[in-house]
Design a protein around this ligand. Structure first.
Ligand code: GLN
Ligand code: ZN
Length: 763
């Protein structure tokens, strides 16, 4: 094993997609068949080397293992799967071997009738990873050399990097049982078979010249179904075994996103050389002996974009050193959650810019912290100036916003009892049972995008853009009337994104021009920035919704994005509890809802697809979160009259943990995703005693496939076994913005035909 020290300043990972989304472009052109695998390889190589050069340019050393080697073509968990041979047999006929980009792409995206690996949320972030499929039949073997080749490639270019790999525990804990596995099979039961592959990999890295390897183990900070004591003993055995591997590089186990708690002493005992800990979200219990333990202190936030308070960070580091630890400086998580650089974001204004730190700026922060104030006086001065300027800025404490929040009372989040509301709504709306509707958006056509782009460029006037959107709304309303839907929508043509649209209109929020972060694979999002007290200077959606309503005698649902989702998909200020920011957003939405109601809208939907995403990783934090999340939604929606129907939409199907919260939202109607799981959640909802309207999605909108009338009838029959027809709504799984008109029209036609079938059966 090498005897080099862990680098004094490092980051746990660098953004992978490229400052101009180079990787996205290269991947998509390869997938379209417009460029070869060789061309993709060479763009990726160029990007990797540029990334290393950029890290060095911002202060990381090229030769002390401080540069993380964490490139991925699509997803780091998929990389681990192909590296250790966990490739389900259905992919074996694609490409020649596990490092083949064709096989890799099919695993990520599917091909024809071969479904891809499932995708799910990574920890409590908005990144999605691919879920490995593991069974007793999975044969683990080192079967892709990409990680080692990438290390060599960097070394030949003059960079001694630190390979970053998903650790064996997280890999198996995040996997699911393969289709071949017997009932109750746990992927983690294969740990002993997997560890030798990791040991071999470590030896290969050492042979290639690596001095340090980083194993990411976020599972160790998460409360899951795995018993704590089981996790602890797995952690002990895996890392003791890896530590005993001969001829290996030094090992750093990284535990991003929260505290290790009781797994920390266990890891210390295993003999791994360094531990990278998240000290932004997590902490280290004072009774753990840290004498001589090498801690990479994750003190610069890898998951948010605020400039670090260097004085506070330095005090944390000093306190750890006082406990006898050998402390180095790092980020709390990989930087793939933040954009590359603030360069080019001048439109944000000098003051806001001075508060922010994207990946490049974060590198300069870890370097300054490691070097100290004497070496980096300017960085410390800028940090103090930013702290002072944020605190003093009028927009971070607007008295009208704060006073209003203070006046909020419990009664403001309570509507009358459901029976009273339901009666008033039935009398006003007169809807048939099994009411048909959609989730909000209709296809965002190339014409809509082109109009928005021209408008942003200034080549389309405000009036012409307004007219283009109105024309689109009129055509969406006409289509829905023709199809015979019961509750219509305006189609959301005017929204570039369901969060950014609102962030652009709310005070206290800003949007970037190039602040892209990877959401999954080649997909990126541009999170908004919630920097100050939030308020609504003007109505945001009323003119579109009421225009749509003016075109039809049927009710049109107004559409808003809920407070939790607005925050989940933005970078949120860290100078006050997120709860307070959520309530500010809720009050702004409450005003919008009042205006919608006044404009004659009878149904208002407030989407909360991210409700579960923000669920804290630790059980101990979950109740408080769910409490404020539910209260924020109710604060936004409880100002309406009894006869106004409030809807919400949540798009995922794992409801177990949050079913009480969903009930707690007290929405009159809730639509959920249910088609892929074939209504799996409904019995649980029934057992829960859920009494209000529920719309389990009958059509999986993630693919262009048109469901047949028979299929839809079957799903609705299934649904009507758990939910009385008076409570049951009929809708797709989610919005239709990514779909084309042809499949949308046909699928909706079938959905309505299936509904008519069932209506005849139940009446
Ligand atoms: N109303 C939104 C839409 O239809 C909801 C999107 C979502 O749930 N992500 O697009
Ligand atoms: Zn959805």
């Amino acid at each position: 094993m090498s005897s080099s020290n862990f680098p004094a300043a490092t980051i746990l990972g660098y953004p992978r997609i490229g400052p101009q989304r180079e990787l996205k472009k290269a991947l998509e052109s390869f997938w379209k068949g417009e460029s070869s695998a060789d061309a993709l390889e060479s763009s990726a190589r160029e990007l990797r080397l540029h990334n290393l050069a950029r890290m060095v340019e911002h202060g990381l050393k090229p030769d002390d293992s401080s540069l993380p080697s964490n490139f991925s073509f699509y997803d780091h968990v998929l990389d681990a799967a192909v590296t250790c041979g966990a490739v389900p047999p259905r992919f074996a006929s694609f490409g020649t071997d596990n490092s083949d980009l064709v096989r890799y792409s099919v695993m990520a995206r599917g091909e024809g009738h071969v479904p891809p690996l499932e995708m799910t949320k990574w920890c409590d972030s908005n990144y999605h990873y691919l879920v490995p499929e593991i069974g007793p039949e999975t044969v683990f073997s080192l079967s892709s050399r990409r990680w080692i080749d990438e290390f060599r490639e960097a070394k030949e270019a003059g960079f001694l990097t630190r390979p970053v790999i998903t650790g064996p525990l997280t890999f198996l804990a995040f996997a699911k049982a393969s289709d071949e596995a017997p009932e109750g099979f746990e992927p983690l039961s294969r740990l002993d078979d997997l560890v030798p592959v990791y040991a071999e990999l470590l030896q290969e890295f050492a042979a290639a010249g690596a001095e340090w390897v980083q194993c990411d183990e976020p599972i160790l900070v998460m409360d899951t179904d795995i018993e704590r004591s089981t996790l602890l003993s797995y952690a002990r055995s895996v890392y003791s075994a890896l530590a005993e591997t001969s001829g290996r590089p030094a090992l750093c186990v990284a535990a991003p996103y929260h505290s290790l708690d009781d797994t920390l002493p266990a890891l210390i005992e295993t003999g791994v050389e360094a531990l990278a800990l998240d000290l932004v979200r997590g902490d280290i219990s004072p009774d753990i002996d840290l004498t001589d333990v090498t801690i990479s202190a994750g003190i610069v936030d890898g998951h948010n974009i605020w400039r670090t308070n260097l004085d506070e960070a330095q005090a944390t580091i000093a306190a750890l050193a006082d406990r006898g630890a050998n402390v180095t400086v790092s980020t709390s998580t990989s930087l793939f959650h933040v954009p590359h650089t603030l360069e080019g974001e001048d439109h944000l204004g000098e003051e806001l810019l001075s508060w922010l730190s994207f990946a490049h700026e974060k590198i300069t922060e870890v370097v300054a912290l490691a070097g100290g104030e004497d070496a980096y006086p300017e960085a410390f001065a800028q940090s103090r100036a930013a702290v002072a300027s944020r605190a003093a800025h009028a927009g971070t404490h607007i008295s009208s916003v704060r006073n209003r929040l203070e006046r909020v009372q419990a009664a403001d989040s309570v509507r009358s009892d459901y029976a009273t509301r339901a009666k008033a709504q039935a009398a006003r709306l007169g809807l048939p049972s099994l009411t048909t509707t959609t989730i909000g958006s209709f296809p965002q056509t190339p014409e809509i995008r082109a109009a928005r782009a021209s408008w942003a460029k200034g080549t389309l006037s405000d009036a012409d853009y307004e007219q283009a959107m109105k024309d689109e709304i009129a055509s969406v309303v006409a289509l829905q009337e023709e199809l015979g839907l019961d509750v219509l929508v305006h189609g959301e043509a005017e929204r570039n994104d369901m969060v950014q649209y609102f962030a652009e209109l709310l005070d206290g929020c800003a949007v970037t021009t190039n602040g892209w972060v990877q959401s999954y694979g080649s997909r990126c999002t541009r999170p908004s920035i919630v920097w100050g007290d939030v308020s609504r200077p003007d109505p945001m959606t009323v003119r579109w919704s009421s225009y749509a309503q003016s075109l039809s005698d049927k009710p049109v649902k107004a559409m808003l994005t809920g407070p939790v989702t607005i925050l989940a998909w933005s970078f949120v200020r860290d100078d006050q509890p997120v709860r307070d920011t959520a309530f500010q957003v809720a009050l702004a939405l409450r005003d919008e809802i009042a205006d919608l109601e006044a404009a004659g809208m009878t149904i208002i939907q407030v989407d909360e697809p991210a409700l579960r995403e923000l669920l804290p990783l630790k059980h101990r934090d979950q109740a408080a979160y769910l409490d404020w999340a539910v209260t924020a939604f109710r604060l936004a929606t409880s100002g309406v009259h009894d006869e106004t129907q409030v809807h919400t939409h949540l798009c995922y199907s794992e409801f177990g943990e949050v079913i009480d919260a969903i009930d707690g939202l007290d929405a009159d109607v809730t639509s959920i995703e249910a088609a892929r799981s074939r209504m799996e959640v409904l019995p649980a909802i029934k057992d829960h005693g859920y009494e209000r309207g529920i719309g389990p999605g009958v059509w999986d909108i993630h693919s262009p496939r048109v469901p047949s009338v028979e299929e839809l009838t079957e799903l609705l029959t299934l649904a009507s076994r758990s939910v009385p027809s008076t409570q049951l709504w009929v809708n797709p799984d989610c919005g239709l913005k990514t779909r084309g008109y042809e499949e949308t029209t046909e699928s909706l036609r079938n959905m309505i035909a299936a509904t008519r079938n069932i209506r005849e059966q139940v009446q």
